[in-house]
Design a protein around this ligand. Structure first.
Ligand code: APR
Length: 250
């Protein structure tokens, strides 16, 4: 549990902010049953990250889809938002959080009710045909076929999240930069800060004068560089401590 005076300090900063945003990573979804990519039991300690290399996907679609289905559809599919996702949605409803910039592709912020969500790495709920650009709802496609094919041009469908080597969705990128430049406070939840360009977003906010509050059970690359207030703990526990006090102030 984070010390009360630290929580009080964070509550004051958030309550007095005029444009607070959240920046989230895989850690916010760990308590929804989705493992992180790095650290103990991280996905990249069990699977080769090469499965998300764009060239490898096109050269070996069968092998790639077998692992992609296992990780992102069989495993992630049933995940539900947790108290941290719901707390951010509530802070948006209270007019405190203006946007959530997420590296996550699990759709849990939207499922929790957040409306202004910028998905920096796309979203696993849709599949797209790289050849004719037709889009499909993943839940409506039979992923038990060896590889899912487009029903228009028979091209191999690809999840609508970015692979290594693929560019960031332009609209999400632009909106994230605008939000980071406007922010006077950014709440970083559950990210190692190891991946670029996503992890440059909190730095842009910092360079524009924003206060940085970070929630993570472990220290990250942000902690000893840009973080002003480190709330060491799990996302659900810390967010529940914050939201109960912020609602009293609203
Ligand atoms: N609450 C908050 N944070 C947590 C929790 C928790 N319960 N459990 C773990 N964490 C933290 C870890 O300490 C770590 O700092 O979540 C972070 C997970 O780190 P990563 O797996 O590297 O996730 P992230 O920073 O989002 O990775 C960025 O890497 O592979 C790519 O595209 C992928 O979006 C991902 C990107």
């Amino acid at each position: 549990m984070v010390a009360q005076d630290t929580i009080e300090n964070a509550v004051e900063l958030i309550a007095n902010s005029s444009y607070a945003i959240a920046f989230t990573g895989a850690g916010i979804s760990v308590e929804s049953g989705i493992p992180p990519f790095r650290g103990k039991d991280g996905l990249w300690s069990k699977y080769d990250p090469n499965v998300l290399d764009l060239n490898n996907f096109f050269l070996n679609p069968i092998d790639s889809w077998r692992v992609i289905k296992e990780i992102f559809y069989d495993f992630f599919g049933a995940a539900k938002p947790n108290a941290a996702h719901f707390a951010l949605a509530e802070l948006e409803n209270l007019g405190i959080i203006k946007a959530v910039i997420t590296q996550n592709i699990d759709n849990l912020h939207t499922d929790a009710g957040s409306k202004e969500v910028y998905e920096f790495h796309g979203n696993s709920r849709m599949l797209v045909c790289p050849y004719c650009a037709k889009e499909f709802v993943a839940a409506e496609v039979n992923l038990n076929d060896i590889v899912p094919l487009c029903d228009s041009c028979h091209g191999v469908l690809k999840p609508d999240f970015i692979f290594f080597g693929e560019s960031i969705p332009q609209l999400a990128y632009q909106k994230s930069i605008v939000a980071a430049e406007k922010a006077d406070l950014i709440l970083i939840i559950g990210s190692t800060g190891e991946v670029v360009p996503s992890s440059t977003i909190p730095t842009i906010a910092k360079q524009n004068g924003a206060m940085i509050i970070e929630i993570n059970p472990e220290r990250s690359l942000f902690t000893d560089s840009i973080t002003d207030l480190f709330l060491q703990g799990k996302a659900t526990e810390v967010m529940e401590q914050l939201i109960s006090k912020l609602k009293m102030k609203a």
